[in-house]
Design a protein around this ligand. Sequence first.
Ligand SMILES: NC(=O)c1ccc[n+]([C@@H]2O[C@H](COP(=O)([O-])OP(=O)(O)OC[C@H]3O[C@@H](n4cnc5c(N)ncnc54)[C@H](OP(=O)(O)O)[C@@H]3O)[C@@H](O)[C@H]2O)c1
Length: 376
Amino acid sequence: MKYRAMEKLGLKPSAFGLGCMRFNGAASGDSIIDEQKAISLIRRAIDGGVNYLDTAYTYLDKTSEIVVGKALLDGYRDKVTIATKMPLGAVKDRASMEAVLAEQLGKLRTDHIDFYLMHGLDKKEWESFKAIGAPEFFEDMKREGKIRFKCFSFHGPYEDFEYILNDYDWDMVQIQYNFMDIDNQAGTKGLKLAGEKGIPVVIMEGLLGGRLSKAPDNVQALYDEFPVKRSAVEWAFRWLCNHPEVSVVLSGCNEAVQIDENLKIFDSVEPGIMDDEELKLMENVRKAYLDRTKIGCTGCKYCMPCPNDVNIPGIFSSWNNISLYDLDPANDWGLKRIRENNSGADKCIACGACEAACPQGLQIIDMLQQAWEEMN
Ligand SMILES: NC(=O)c1ccc[n+]([C@@H]2O[C@H](COP(=O)([O-])OP(=O)(O)OC[C@H]3O[C@@H](n4cnc5c(N)ncnc54)[C@H](OP(=O)(O)O)[C@@H]3O)[C@@H](O)[C@H]2O)c1
Protein backbone atom coordinates (compact mmCIF):
# COMPACT_ATOMS: atom_id res chain seq x y z
CA MET A 1 0.00 0.00 0.00
CA LYS A 2 1.24 3.46 -0.89
CA TYR A 3 0.71 6.16 1.75
CA ARG A 4 0.48 9.83 0.79
CA ALA A 5 1.32 12.77 3.00
CA MET A 6 -1.42 15.11 4.20
CA GLU A 7 1.26 17.60 5.15
CA LYS A 8 -1.07 20.20 6.64
CA LEU A 9 -2.48 17.57 9.03
CA GLY A 10 0.67 15.58 9.74
CA LEU A 11 -1.00 12.36 8.54
CA LYS A 12 -0.08 9.60 6.10
CA PRO A 13 -3.34 8.10 4.85
CA SER A 14 -3.44 5.07 2.58
CA ALA A 15 -3.92 6.05 -1.06
CA PHE A 16 -6.87 3.60 -1.12
CA GLY A 17 -9.64 4.67 1.26
CA LEU A 18 -12.57 2.32 1.73
CA GLY A 19 -15.95 3.85 0.85
CA CYS A 20 -18.73 2.43 3.03
CA MET A 21 -21.73 3.53 0.97
CA ARG A 22 -22.44 0.58 -1.29
CA PHE A 23 -21.85 -2.72 0.50
CA ASN A 24 -23.55 -5.76 -1.02
CA GLY A 25 -24.64 -3.80 -4.04
CA ALA A 26 -26.73 -1.49 -1.87
CA ALA A 27 -26.60 2.25 -2.56
CA SER A 28 -27.12 5.21 -0.27
CA GLY A 29 -30.89 4.79 0.08
CA ASP A 30 -30.90 1.06 0.89
CA SER A 31 -30.18 -0.55 4.24
CA ILE A 32 -27.37 -3.02 4.75
CA ILE A 33 -28.15 -6.54 3.52
CA ASP A 34 -25.37 -8.68 4.94
CA GLU A 35 -23.72 -7.13 8.00
CA GLN A 36 -21.21 -9.91 8.60
CA LYS A 37 -20.01 -9.70 5.00
CA ALA A 38 -19.62 -5.92 5.23
CA ILE A 39 -17.64 -6.24 8.48
CA SER A 40 -15.37 -8.83 6.94
CA LEU A 41 -14.78 -6.60 3.86
CA ILE A 42 -13.85 -3.65 6.09
CA ARG A 43 -11.42 -5.73 8.14
CA ARG A 44 -9.94 -7.31 5.01
CA ALA A 45 -9.16 -3.83 3.67
CA ILE A 46 -7.61 -2.73 6.98
CA ASP A 47 -5.55 -5.92 7.24
CA GLY A 48 -4.29 -5.13 3.72
CA GLY A 49 -3.07 -1.66 4.74
CA VAL A 50 -6.10 0.64 4.35
CA ASN A 51 -6.16 3.19 7.16
CA TYR A 52 -8.91 5.53 5.90
CA LEU A 53 -12.65 4.71 6.03
CA ASP A 54 -15.38 6.93 4.62
CA THR A 55 -18.96 6.71 5.83
CA ALA A 56 -21.88 9.09 6.48
CA TYR A 57 -24.92 9.45 8.73
CA THR A 58 -27.27 8.76 5.81
CA TYR A 59 -25.48 5.87 4.06
CA LEU A 60 -27.28 2.55 3.75
CA ASP A 61 -30.40 3.94 5.34
CA LYS A 62 -28.36 5.11 8.39
CA THR A 63 -26.84 1.65 8.97
CA SER A 64 -23.37 2.25 7.49
CA GLU A 65 -21.97 3.96 10.62
CA ILE A 66 -23.29 1.12 12.79
CA VAL A 67 -21.54 -1.50 10.66
CA VAL A 68 -18.31 0.52 10.58
CA GLY A 69 -18.50 0.80 14.40
CA LYS A 70 -18.85 -2.97 14.74
CA ALA A 71 -16.04 -3.63 12.26
CA LEU A 72 -13.74 -1.40 14.29
CA LEU A 73 -14.08 -3.43 17.51
CA ASP A 74 -11.29 -5.80 18.53
CA GLY A 75 -8.53 -3.19 18.14
CA TYR A 76 -9.35 -2.11 14.58
CA ARG A 77 -10.35 1.45 15.61
CA ASP A 78 -6.73 2.29 16.43
CA LYS A 79 -5.59 1.28 12.95
CA VAL A 80 -7.74 3.74 11.00
CA THR A 81 -8.93 7.29 10.61
CA ILE A 82 -12.71 7.65 10.20
CA ALA A 83 -14.36 10.19 7.94
CA THR A 84 -18.08 10.71 8.44
CA LYS A 85 -20.52 13.44 7.54
CA MET A 86 -22.95 15.79 9.18
CA PRO A 87 -26.36 15.31 7.49
CA LEU A 88 -27.25 18.86 6.52
CA GLY A 89 -30.96 18.08 6.19
CA ALA A 90 -31.16 16.79 9.77
CA VAL A 91 -29.61 19.74 11.61
CA LYS A 92 -31.09 23.21 12.10
CA ASP A 93 -29.36 24.65 15.18
CA ARG A 94 -26.55 24.07 17.66
CA ALA A 95 -28.58 21.60 19.74
CA SER A 96 -29.39 19.37 16.75
CA MET A 97 -25.77 19.48 15.55
CA GLU A 98 -24.65 18.32 19.00
CA ALA A 99 -27.32 15.60 19.12
CA VAL A 100 -26.42 14.24 15.68
CA LEU A 101 -22.70 14.18 16.45
CA ALA A 102 -23.37 12.37 19.76
CA GLU A 103 -25.48 9.81 17.88
CA GLN A 104 -22.71 9.30 15.31
CA LEU A 105 -20.05 8.80 17.99
CA GLY A 106 -22.32 6.20 19.60
CA LYS A 107 -22.98 4.34 16.36
CA LEU A 108 -19.28 4.38 15.47
CA ARG A 109 -18.37 3.28 19.03
CA THR A 110 -15.63 5.87 19.27
CA ASP A 111 -14.85 8.99 21.31
CA HIS A 112 -13.75 11.00 18.28
CA ILE A 113 -14.24 11.32 14.54
CA ASP A 114 -11.10 12.12 12.59
CA PHE A 115 -12.57 13.84 9.53
CA TYR A 116 -15.97 15.47 10.07
CA LEU A 117 -17.49 16.66 6.80
CA MET A 118 -20.43 18.86 6.00
CA HIS A 119 -22.14 16.47 3.59
CA GLY A 120 -22.65 17.60 -0.01
CA LEU A 121 -22.29 21.29 0.83
CA ASP A 122 -23.28 24.00 -1.64
CA LYS A 123 -22.89 27.78 -1.43
CA LYS A 124 -26.46 28.46 -0.27
CA GLU A 125 -26.24 25.81 2.45
CA TRP A 126 -22.85 27.09 3.55
CA GLU A 127 -24.32 30.57 4.07
CA SER A 128 -27.24 29.22 6.07
CA PHE A 129 -24.99 26.94 8.14
CA LYS A 130 -22.72 29.87 8.91
CA ALA A 131 -25.81 31.70 10.13
CA ILE A 132 -26.68 28.92 12.60
CA GLY A 133 -23.10 28.73 13.92
CA ALA A 134 -21.72 25.64 12.18
CA PRO A 135 -18.14 27.04 11.99
CA GLU A 136 -18.16 27.74 15.76
CA PHE A 137 -19.61 24.27 16.37
CA PHE A 138 -16.76 22.71 14.36
CA GLU A 139 -14.16 24.75 16.29
CA ASP A 140 -15.69 23.84 19.65
CA MET A 141 -15.91 20.12 18.81
CA LYS A 142 -12.29 20.24 17.66
CA ARG A 143 -11.25 21.84 20.97
CA GLU A 144 -13.21 19.22 22.90
CA GLY A 145 -11.49 16.46 20.90
CA LYS A 146 -14.73 15.07 19.45
CA ILE A 147 -13.58 15.80 15.90
CA ARG A 148 -10.05 16.25 14.61
CA PHE A 149 -10.51 17.92 11.22
CA LYS A 150 -13.11 20.27 9.71
CA CYS A 151 -14.04 19.25 6.20
CA PHE A 152 -16.75 19.26 3.53
CA SER A 153 -17.79 17.06 0.64
CA PHE A 154 -18.91 18.65 -2.57
CA HIS A 155 -20.99 17.91 -5.70
CA GLY A 156 -21.90 21.41 -6.91
CA PRO A 157 -20.53 23.74 -9.60
CA TYR A 158 -16.90 24.96 -9.55
CA GLU A 159 -17.88 28.55 -8.63
CA ASP A 160 -19.50 27.33 -5.39
CA PHE A 161 -16.48 25.17 -4.65
CA GLU A 162 -14.08 28.10 -5.02
CA TYR A 163 -16.26 30.30 -2.80
CA ILE A 164 -16.63 27.73 0.00
CA LEU A 165 -12.98 26.70 -0.12
CA ASN A 166 -11.78 30.31 0.19
CA ASP A 167 -14.31 31.24 2.86
CA TYR A 168 -13.09 29.11 5.78
CA ASP A 169 -10.02 27.38 7.18
CA TRP A 170 -10.85 23.86 5.96
CA ASP A 171 -8.62 20.90 6.88
CA MET A 172 -9.68 18.64 4.00
CA VAL A 173 -12.12 18.52 1.10
CA GLN A 174 -13.79 15.55 -0.63
CA ILE A 175 -14.70 15.88 -4.30
CA GLN A 176 -16.03 13.67 -7.09
CA TYR A 177 -13.25 13.21 -9.63
CA ASN A 178 -12.24 10.73 -12.32
CA PHE A 179 -11.05 10.92 -15.92
CA MET A 180 -14.62 11.58 -17.11
CA ASP A 181 -15.25 14.43 -14.63
CA ILE A 182 -12.33 16.73 -15.37
CA ASP A 183 -14.68 19.59 -16.28
CA ASN A 184 -17.58 18.57 -14.05
CA GLN A 185 -18.28 19.83 -10.48
CA ALA A 186 -15.02 20.92 -8.75
CA GLY A 187 -13.11 19.28 -11.63
CA THR A 188 -9.42 19.65 -12.33
CA LYS A 189 -9.62 23.38 -11.59
CA GLY A 190 -10.97 22.67 -8.09
CA LEU A 191 -8.40 19.97 -7.44
CA LYS A 192 -5.58 22.35 -8.39
CA LEU A 193 -7.02 25.17 -6.29
CA ALA A 194 -7.13 22.94 -3.19
CA GLY A 195 -3.58 21.81 -3.98
CA GLU A 196 -2.34 25.42 -4.20
CA LYS A 197 -3.90 26.15 -0.82
CA GLY A 198 -2.30 23.06 0.70
CA ILE A 199 -5.70 21.52 1.51
CA PRO A 200 -5.69 17.72 1.23
CA VAL A 201 -8.15 16.28 -1.29
CA VAL A 202 -10.04 12.99 -0.95
CA ILE A 203 -11.60 11.59 -4.12
CA MET A 204 -15.02 9.95 -4.34
CA GLU A 205 -16.62 8.23 -7.34
CA GLY A 206 -13.22 7.48 -8.84
CA LEU A 207 -14.86 4.71 -10.87
CA LEU A 208 -18.05 6.72 -11.38
CA GLY A 209 -19.92 4.38 -9.08
CA GLY A 210 -18.38 1.33 -10.81
CA ARG A 211 -19.20 2.34 -14.40
CA LEU A 212 -15.55 2.87 -15.32
CA SER A 213 -14.68 -0.66 -14.19
CA LYS A 214 -16.47 -2.25 -17.14
CA ALA A 215 -14.99 -0.97 -20.41
CA PRO A 216 -17.31 -1.08 -23.45
CA ASP A 217 -15.89 -2.54 -26.67
CA ASN A 218 -14.55 0.68 -28.16
CA VAL A 219 -12.82 1.57 -24.88
CA GLN A 220 -11.49 -1.93 -24.29
CA ALA A 221 -10.01 -1.86 -27.81
CA LEU A 222 -7.94 1.17 -26.78
CA TYR A 223 -6.75 -0.54 -23.59
CA ASP A 224 -5.92 -3.70 -25.59
CA GLU A 225 -3.88 -1.79 -28.17
CA PHE A 226 -1.69 -0.27 -25.47
CA PRO A 227 1.63 -2.11 -25.04
CA VAL A 228 1.25 -2.47 -21.24
CA LYS A 229 -1.85 -4.44 -20.21
CA ARG A 230 -3.89 -3.19 -17.24
CA SER A 231 -7.51 -3.57 -16.15
CA ALA A 232 -9.94 -0.69 -16.62
CA VAL A 233 -10.03 -0.29 -12.82
CA GLU A 234 -6.24 -0.01 -12.66
CA TRP A 235 -6.17 2.58 -15.43
CA ALA A 236 -8.80 4.69 -13.62
CA PHE A 237 -7.01 4.56 -10.25
CA ARG A 238 -3.59 5.03 -11.84
CA TRP A 239 -4.84 8.17 -13.57
CA LEU A 240 -6.17 9.57 -10.28
CA CYS A 241 -3.05 8.78 -8.27
CA ASN A 242 -0.91 10.39 -10.94
CA HIS A 243 -2.18 13.74 -9.56
CA PRO A 244 0.03 14.98 -6.70
CA GLU A 245 -2.92 16.92 -5.19
CA VAL A 246 -4.84 13.68 -4.53
CA SER A 247 -4.37 12.31 -1.00
CA VAL A 248 -6.88 9.45 -0.84
CA VAL A 249 -8.97 7.72 -3.51
CA LEU A 250 -12.14 6.21 -2.05
CA SER A 251 -13.39 3.00 -3.54
CA GLY A 252 -16.62 1.32 -2.53
CA CYS A 253 -16.13 -2.46 -2.75
CA ASN A 254 -18.82 -5.14 -2.69
CA GLU A 255 -16.65 -8.25 -2.88
CA ALA A 256 -13.38 -9.50 -1.38
CA VAL A 257 -11.96 -9.87 -4.87
CA GLN A 258 -12.44 -6.13 -5.45
CA ILE A 259 -10.69 -5.27 -2.19
CA ASP A 260 -7.80 -7.55 -3.15
CA GLU A 261 -7.49 -6.11 -6.64
CA ASN A 262 -7.55 -2.57 -5.29
CA LEU A 263 -4.97 -3.35 -2.59
CA LYS A 264 -2.68 -4.63 -5.33
CA ILE A 265 -3.24 -1.61 -7.58
CA PHE A 266 -2.58 0.87 -4.76
CA ASP A 267 0.72 -0.88 -4.03
CA SER A 268 2.30 0.75 -7.05
CA VAL A 269 0.52 4.00 -7.94
CA GLU A 270 2.32 7.26 -7.21
CA PRO A 271 2.16 10.92 -8.27
CA GLY A 272 3.71 11.52 -11.68
CA ILE A 273 3.78 7.81 -12.56
CA MET A 274 2.14 8.21 -16.00
CA ASP A 275 4.17 9.08 -19.10
CA ASP A 276 2.91 11.05 -22.13
CA GLU A 277 1.75 7.92 -23.96
CA GLU A 278 -0.34 6.80 -20.99
CA LEU A 279 -1.88 10.25 -20.59
CA LYS A 280 -2.72 10.26 -24.32
CA LEU A 281 -4.37 6.85 -23.94
CA MET A 282 -6.58 8.13 -21.13
CA GLU A 283 -7.60 11.17 -23.17
CA ASN A 284 -8.63 8.85 -26.02
CA VAL A 285 -10.47 6.58 -23.59
CA ARG A 286 -12.38 9.59 -22.32
CA LYS A 287 -13.38 10.58 -25.85
CA ALA A 288 -14.46 7.02 -26.60
CA TYR A 289 -16.73 7.01 -23.54
CA LEU A 290 -18.18 10.41 -24.37
CA ASP A 291 -19.16 9.00 -27.75
CA ARG A 292 -21.33 6.39 -26.01
CA THR A 293 -22.60 7.60 -22.63
CA LYS A 294 -26.24 8.65 -22.61
CA ILE A 295 -26.37 10.35 -19.19
CA GLY A 296 -23.89 10.98 -16.35
CA CYS A 297 -26.07 9.42 -13.60
CA THR A 298 -23.90 7.69 -10.98
CA GLY A 299 -26.77 5.88 -9.25
CA CYS A 300 -26.27 7.75 -5.96
CA LYS A 301 -30.10 7.78 -5.44
CA TYR A 302 -30.11 11.30 -4.04
CA CYS A 303 -33.14 11.86 -6.34
CA MET A 304 -35.14 9.15 -4.56
CA PRO A 305 -37.76 8.51 -3.40
CA CYS A 306 -39.69 9.96 -6.36
CA PRO A 307 -43.10 11.20 -5.16
CA ASN A 308 -44.71 9.34 -8.07
CA ASP A 309 -42.62 6.15 -7.73
CA VAL A 310 -40.60 6.58 -10.94
CA ASN A 311 -37.42 4.50 -10.64
CA ILE A 312 -35.16 7.31 -11.89
CA PRO A 313 -31.70 5.74 -11.27
CA GLY A 314 -32.94 2.38 -12.58
CA ILE A 315 -34.18 3.88 -15.86
CA PHE A 316 -30.94 5.82 -16.40
CA SER A 317 -28.82 2.84 -15.45
CA SER A 318 -30.60 0.68 -18.04
CA TRP A 319 -30.36 3.42 -20.66
CA ASN A 320 -26.60 3.77 -20.10
CA ASN A 321 -25.96 0.03 -19.92
CA ILE A 322 -27.93 -0.62 -23.09
CA SER A 323 -25.96 2.07 -24.91
CA LEU A 324 -22.57 1.08 -23.48
CA TYR A 325 -22.91 -2.64 -24.21
CA ASP A 326 -25.17 -2.62 -27.26
CA LEU A 327 -27.80 -4.61 -25.35
CA ASP A 328 -31.28 -5.43 -26.62
CA PRO A 329 -33.65 -3.50 -24.29
CA ALA A 330 -35.95 -6.54 -24.25
CA ASN A 331 -33.21 -8.50 -22.47
CA ASP A 332 -32.35 -5.90 -19.85
CA TRP A 333 -33.47 -7.28 -16.48
CA GLY A 334 -33.43 -3.87 -14.80
CA LEU A 335 -35.82 -2.46 -17.37
CA LYS A 336 -38.03 -5.57 -17.10
CA ARG A 337 -38.29 -5.07 -13.34
CA ILE A 338 -39.10 -1.39 -13.76
CA ARG A 339 -41.97 -2.31 -16.07
CA GLU A 340 -43.20 -5.06 -13.70
CA ASN A 341 -43.13 -2.60 -10.77
CA ASN A 342 -44.95 0.05 -12.79
CA SER A 343 -42.15 2.52 -12.03
CA GLY A 344 -41.42 3.71 -15.57
CA ALA A 345 -40.96 7.25 -16.89
CA ASP A 346 -44.58 7.24 -18.13
CA LYS A 347 -45.53 7.93 -14.49
CA CYS A 348 -43.45 11.13 -14.27
CA ILE A 349 -45.54 14.25 -13.50
CA ALA A 350 -42.57 16.65 -13.98
CA CYS A 351 -42.72 17.97 -10.39
CA GLY A 352 -38.93 18.60 -10.43
CA ALA A 353 -38.15 17.26 -6.92
CA CYS A 354 -35.51 14.97 -8.45
CA GLU A 355 -33.73 17.78 -10.32
CA ALA A 356 -33.41 19.83 -7.13
CA ALA A 357 -31.76 16.89 -5.34
CA CYS A 358 -29.44 15.59 -8.08
CA PRO A 359 -25.73 16.17 -7.19
CA GLN A 360 -24.86 15.89 -10.89
CA GLY A 361 -27.29 18.67 -11.90
CA LEU A 362 -28.95 16.41 -14.47
CA GLN A 363 -32.03 17.56 -16.40
CA ILE A 364 -33.87 14.51 -15.20
CA ILE A 365 -37.39 15.31 -16.44
CA ASP A 366 -36.46 15.66 -20.14
CA MET A 367 -33.90 12.88 -20.04
CA LEU A 368 -36.39 10.42 -18.52
CA GLN A 369 -38.78 10.93 -21.43
CA GLN A 370 -35.98 10.59 -23.98
CA ALA A 371 -34.70 7.42 -22.31
CA TRP A 372 -38.17 5.89 -22.11
CA GLU A 373 -38.92 6.57 -25.77
CA GLU A 374 -35.58 5.11 -26.92
CA MET A 375 -35.88 1.99 -24.79
CA ASN A 376 -39.46 1.29 -25.83
N1 LIG B 1 -19.99 12.75 0.12
C1 LIG B 1 -20.73 12.41 -0.89
O1 LIG B 1 -21.60 13.18 -1.29
C2 LIG B 1 -20.47 11.08 -1.55
C3 LIG B 1 -21.10 10.74 -2.74
C4 LIG B 1 -20.74 9.56 -3.35
C5 LIG B 1 -19.79 8.75 -2.74
N2 LIG B 1 -19.21 9.07 -1.58
C6 LIG B 1 -18.20 8.22 -0.91
O2 LIG B 1 -17.22 7.84 -1.80
C7 LIG B 1 -17.13 6.41 -1.81
C8 LIG B 1 -16.73 5.96 -3.17
O3 LIG B 1 -17.76 6.30 -4.08
P1 LIG B 1 -18.37 5.19 -4.94
O4 LIG B 1 -18.93 4.07 -4.09
O5 LIG B 1 -19.28 5.87 -5.87
O6 LIG B 1 -17.02 4.62 -5.58
P2 LIG B 1 -16.56 4.14 -6.96
O7 LIG B 1 -15.22 3.64 -6.66
O8 LIG B 1 -16.71 5.13 -8.03
O9 LIG B 1 -17.55 2.95 -7.29
C9 LIG B 1 -17.76 1.85 -6.45
C10 LIG B 1 -18.04 0.64 -7.31
O10 LIG B 1 -16.87 0.35 -8.04
C11 LIG B 1 -16.83 -1.03 -8.31
N3 LIG B 1 -15.50 -1.53 -7.98
C12 LIG B 1 -14.68 -1.16 -6.98
N4 LIG B 1 -13.53 -1.84 -7.05
C13 LIG B 1 -13.60 -2.65 -8.12
C14 LIG B 1 -12.74 -3.59 -8.72
N5 LIG B 1 -11.53 -3.82 -8.24
N6 LIG B 1 -13.17 -4.24 -9.81
C15 LIG B 1 -14.38 -4.00 -10.34
N7 LIG B 1 -15.24 -3.12 -9.82
C16 LIG B 1 -14.86 -2.45 -8.73
C17 LIG B 1 -17.96 -1.67 -7.53
O11 LIG B 1 -18.97 -1.82 -8.51
P3 LIG B 1 -20.02 -3.03 -8.59
O12 LIG B 1 -21.18 -2.53 -7.79
O13 LIG B 1 -20.32 -3.11 -10.03
O14 LIG B 1 -19.39 -4.23 -8.00
C18 LIG B 1 -18.36 -0.61 -6.54
O15 LIG B 1 -19.71 -0.63 -6.21
C19 LIG B 1 -18.47 5.92 -1.33
O16 LIG B 1 -18.45 4.61 -0.84
C20 LIG B 1 -18.78 6.95 -0.30
O17 LIG B 1 -18.12 6.57 0.88
C21 LIG B 1 -19.52 10.24 -1.00
